[in-house]
Design a protein around this ligand. Structure first.
Ligand code: AMP
Length: 423
């Protein structure tokens, strides 16, 4: 299968060739012809599958073929959950449209609106936006959505997770009802199906990857370790494995900051990316990571959503997410566009219930290992009958003979567990 056989125009084929793509990815193969036919599409695709080109290429082709007015109303809107994803999709729109006479821009919060408004005033064909800033600008009269012909909801599941449902509904009400709708989502929850039911007309269903599955090329591994030893184990893995580029997930912003500081203390260059960082700091951290100046990027789920880091070899879950779908999103950062990747989770006893949730979602068991020198002290899950009690006691006795530091660890882990419950 070639891009040409999908029915793309010469201008788009040239742009694709310049990007170095030789064959369409499965999602592109399926979605592009359907979108070119004018169908509404409901697509299940994770980041890393080439979904952005999957909707952008046919969208640009349709807009180009039906170009009419001299003045430029906004004809296509791509909604994304995060600023980073918006910026990245916009880059893609520009690159794929490089041989077309098409104008596009991106709007998101966290930066001043003045320049965004000025660009829109000059006339824009394609707008990439996050919901909040889009509604702000619309309510100020800085833009109109009344001439939208194509709407793309990118990473719709994350938009719902982030509480954008009301904003999305409001945005829908500002657009003409006759338009082409494309909804992309990594997972197909009940809520997504409901949203799709309200927006899409007779949609073609495209599933590039089986529902809720993880990229096949990603090797997934769990290292069982006590909470208090995670940083030490992580440092060892990075240093001894000579990992050059690793994305690490923490559950909280505070956790991301703390870990980043510790890694830097261990002379591993690191930067944190999360919602409390300014847009400038986020962009700088990502740029440093992409250019290999920063070895480790520590991120929270929301901030990491949609980051385009090609060929990322290592993803580490320093803490597992309590929402199993987030695990799928996280490990979608590695093994991208056919490349091999490794996703490692450092799992302490309190997180075993998350492991079970993830395994249930993936319908697969995750391989679990213990690294020498990092054997967990605590192997009894909270709230579970203590079947290994006698062994555990024995090992405790052995340890207390050897010294008190591990006991201290164990006590800490109990305290943290309570803290976790409160969170
Ligand atoms: P996406 O899932 O849209 O975020 O794309 C993931 C990565 O794959 C991006 O770095 C794209 O540039 C790249 N990509 C998209 N389509 C192809 C293709 N057909 N062949 C190779 N790489 C691709």
């Amino acid at each position: 299968m070639s891009f040409k056989s999908l029915g793309l125009s010469d201008a788009l084929l040239k742009a694709v060739q310049e990007k170095g793509y030789t064959t369409p990815s499965p999602i592109q193969e399926k979605a592009i012809p359907l979108i070119l036919e004018g169908r509404d599409v409901l697509a299940s695709a994770q980041t890393g599958t080439g979904k952005t080109a999957g909707f952008t290429l046919p969208m640009l082709q349709i807009l180009e073929a039906t170009k009419k007015a001299r003045h430029r109303p906004i004809r296509a809107l791509i909604l994304t959950p995060t600023r980073e994803l918006a910026a990245q999709v916009y880059d893609n729109v520009r690159e794929y449209g490089t041989h077309l006479n098409m104008r596009s821009t991106v709007v998101f919060g966290g930066v001043k609106a003045k320049a965004q408004i000025a660009t829109i005033r000059q006339g824009i064909d394609v707008l990439v936006a996050t919901p909040g800033r889009l509604l702000d600008l619309e309510s100020q009269g800085a833009l109109s959505l009344k001439r939208i012909e194509i709407l793309v909801l990118d990473e719709a599941d994350r938009m719902l997770d982030m509480g954008f449902l009301r904003d999305i509904k409001k945005i829908m009400s500002l657009m003409p009802s006759k338009r082409q709708n494309l909804l992309f989502s990594a997972t197909f929850s009940k809520e997504i199906r409901q949203l799709a039911g309200g927006i899409l007309h007779n949609p073609a269903l495209v599933e590039a990857t089986p529902e809720n599955s993880t990229a096949e090329k990603v090797v997934q591994k769990i290292y069982r370790v006590d909470k208090g030893k995670k940083t030490e184990l992580l440092t060892k893995l990075i240093s001894e494995g000579n990992w050059k580029q690793v994305l690490i997930f923490t559950r909280t912003k505070h956790g991301a900051n703390k870990l980043t500081k510790k890694l830097i203390q261990s002379e591993i260059s690191a930067a944190a990316i999360h919602g409390n960082k300014s847009q400038g700091a986020r962009t700088k951290a990502l740029a440093g990571f992409k250019s290999n100046d920063v070895r480790v990027l520590v991120a929270t789920d929301i901030a990491a959503r949609g980051l385009d880091i090609p060929l990322l070899p290592h993803v580490v879950n320093y803490e597992l997410p309590n929402i199993p779908e987030d695990y799928v999103h996280r490990i979608g950062r590695t093994g991208r566009a056919g490349a091999k990747g490794e996703a490692i989770s450092l799992v302490c006893i309190e997180e075993m219930e998350y492991v079970r949730g993830i395994e249930k979602l993936l319908k697969q068991q995750l391989a679990s290992e213990i690294i020498e020198g990092f054997e967990p002290n605590n192997t009894t899950e909270p709230g579970k009958p203590n079947s290994k009690k006698s062994n555990f006691r024995n090992s405790q006795r052995q340890r207390s003979r050897g010294g008190s530091s591990e006991n201290k660890n164990r006590n800490n882990s109990g305290r943290n567990r309570n803290k976790n419950r409160r969170r």
